[in-house]
Design a protein around this ligand. Sequence first.
Ligand code: SF4
Length: 123
Amino acid sequence: MTRSKSIKTDFKDYICRPFCIFFAEDEKEDMACLGARTAARLYQGGKISEKNIRNVEKDRGVWEKHRTDLGFVLCRACEFKAQDCDFQSPEPSDDLEPCGGYIVLVHLIENRTLDITDLEKVL
Ligand code: SF4
């Protein structure tokens, strides 16, 4: 796959399908959350690579570690926070996962591929 593919395809192939428990195959492009859109913008801008994304692992400890800082920068501005995503709710259930975009971004922040400033530049 190349970067000439659409941003919609990138969402599905690299971010949503492999990482997001909320992903549905018939999801419309304009239904992508801010986490996925932000990761896609960084990918399309060359800030993160396919290899970076392929190496992402789900790590609940890392999600929790960055919950406040990513919540402030990313989730606070996400259209899904109010109705669809409970990850930033005061009492999320133990098995609740963030979206695929959050999972990708937080992993890359934790391993220092990205920092919060990189996200702010594309939000
Ligand atoms: S974790 Fe939830 S609120 Fe945060 S970016 Fe993802 S969908 Fe939006």
